[in-house]
Ligand binder design. Structure first.
Ligand code: GLN
Length: 503
């Protein structure tokens, strides 16, 4: 990928100063990043929504196996964000990483479209690497639009998060619907097609980002820089067969997950030896946020695995009196609908509380996120009391649980993105954003294990047995989420100190 394609010369009006001194609530570049990320999430969530259902209904995997594979795929997707962030910080820059990631995602989608059954894991492996290069780096560029201390940053991430969910909604809705009722090939091509739209959007707007996201090696001789870049491109392609092997064999996934976390921590400790005491305290605070987010995502991400299978078997199809609503479509879209509906409201609530000096600090917001998570899983559990004799439970109750879990997510996820760019020094932004998503990787991984634990071992189990098995699991999750929330709120004063004035 040549520099002229991706890195843009600084043009009139696009210096960092000018970008960050924007007037109004949002910088205009945020809208472009919003749109690019929206299309990427369309593609990603479209594919994600299809995974478990496709594996069970087309690849004839057992539910347990589908849960484990789903968890492994998601874990790899997010684990590679650390690597994508690292190479962006050190070699490619955010823009080029994003572009490369997008290209790999497109290739992956079209491989899946061509032969979803035969080339399933190859297509998925491309998507894994692609997302790793794309996802952390677009979020980091959002942070880079703001000066240190700019109070508009959280609102910016809130808006960006809405974009994520508009994409997730459209993808979850259209891809799964087309896949289930028409053709999996068309559904996977749609994921690739919208990713192309995302990259085109980025391509035509990237000049407005000025120097943000350019290669960190612009000072090097072009030849030397190119060589390093090409090595990253080639290296990432070489990783694809390795991922293919690891995703297909859950044992390797385990090994990978045992190794990647400690390795990244060692690397981070090495980077921290070069930082000042204040910077280090902030990094430790960031690590606390990252640690707790693992637990949050492990529970939350039941949505793509066990909740998706729960929806497949154990829900009726009546939503607020309307019959014929597909429970899997609800499972894949309710969260996004509620984020879109509530995100602005919650943002305003924080501002309202702030004016009255009532706004909780970030760690307490995290704790609240867990309390909502606990309440949501209690409602998923309570679904069993609304089941009919055949074991089909209420879609209304299920949807209500999604409303609650979404409030929890909004207390944690957009704020987490924002706090990473506040707590990490600029040269480690990509890595720390990658760490934030690596926490999601562990969350996804544990989510798969939890989901598999809830799945009934006997494939011929009745719907009532399935209902009992899944809802028992949700009850356990509610208890653990409650305990975590209480612990987080209790340790919040300590974390606040470590944040050294960052809010
Ligand atoms: N829903 C958010 C997104 O897709 C957060 C995902 C995560 O970090 N697990 O970006």
């Amino acid at each position: 990928m040549s520099d002229s394609i991706i890195d843009s010369p600084i043009q009139e009006g696009n210096s960092l100063e000018q970008i960050q001194n924007f007037s109004g609530k949002y910088p205009k570049q945020l809208w472009y990043l919003f749109l690019t990320e929206m299309w990427e999430r369309f593609s990603f969530y479209g594919m994600r929504g299809m995974l478990a259902v496709f594996m069970v209904s087309e690849l004839m995997f057992t539910e347990k196996n589908a849960n484990l594979k789903y968890g492994a795929i998601q874990a790899f997707v997010y684990a590679f964000t650390f690597i994508g962030g690292l190479f962006a910080d050190k070699i490619l820059g955010f823009k080029k990483s994003l572009f490369w990631g997008g290209v790999l995602m497109i290739v992956g989608s079209f491989i899946l479209a061509a032969a979803p059954k035969d080339l399933f894991f190859i297509g998925i492996s491309f998507t894994v690497i692609g997302t790793g290069f794309f996802k952390p780096n677009i979020s980091t560029m959002v942070g880079a639009l703001y000066k240190e201390g700019d109070v508009r940053r959280d609102a910016g991430f809130g808006l960006f998060y809405t974009g994520i969910n508009i994409g997730a909604l459209l993808g979850g809705l259209l891809c799964v619907w087309i896949g289930k009722f028409y053709s999996w090939n068309i559904a996977f091509s749609l994921a690739g097609f919208v990713m192309i739209i995302g990259l085109i959007t980025f391509y035509f707007t990237k000049h407005t980002l000025g120097p943000i996201g350019d290669s960190p090696l612009l000072h090097l001789e072009p030849k030397k820089r190119k060589l390093r870049e090409v090595l990253v491109f080639v290296g990432s392609i070489i990783c694809i067969p390795l991922i293919l092997i690891m995703v297909q064999n859950t044992k390797y996934t385990d090994l990978f997950m045992y190794i990647i976390g400690p390795l990244t921590l060692i690397y981070l400790i090495y980077e921290m030896t070069k930082l000042s005491a204040v910077e280090n305290k902030r990094m430790i605070a960031a690590l606390f946020f990252i640690f707790f987010s693992v637990i949050f995502w492990a529970f939350f991400e039941q949505s793509g695995g066990s909740l998706s299978l729960f929806a497949l078997y154990n829900l009726n199809d009546t939503l607020v009196g309307i019959d014929g609503v597909d429970p899997n479509v609800v499972n894949n879209t309710a969260n996004s609908v509620f984020v879109i509906a509530l995100s602005a409201f919650i943002g305003m609530l924080w501002i309202w509380m702030n004016k009255r000096r009532l706004e909780p600090n970030t760690m307490v917001k995290f704790g609240l996120g867990f309390l909502f998570l606990a309440a949501a899983f209690y409602v998923f559990y309570a679904g069993r009391f609304f089941a009919d004799a055949s074991g089909k439970s209420s879609l209304d109750v299920f949807t209500f649980a999604y409303l609650i879990i979404t409030v929890g997510e909004l207390c944690l996820s957009p704020i987490g993105l924002s706090i990473m760019t506040k707590l990490a020094p600029q040269k480690l932004w990509g890595v720390m954003m990658g760490m934030w998503f690596l926490a999601s990787a562990y969350g996804q991984y544990v989510a798969g294990i939890l989901g598999a634990g809830m799945a009934t071992v006997d494939e011929k189990a009745s719907l009532n047995d399935k209902l009992t098995s899944y809802t028992d699991g949700y009850y356990q999750l509610a208890i653990y989420a409650l305990i975590s929330g209480v612990v987080i709120i209790a340790v919040s004063p300590l974390i606040k100190k470590l944040m050294q004035g960052v809010k």
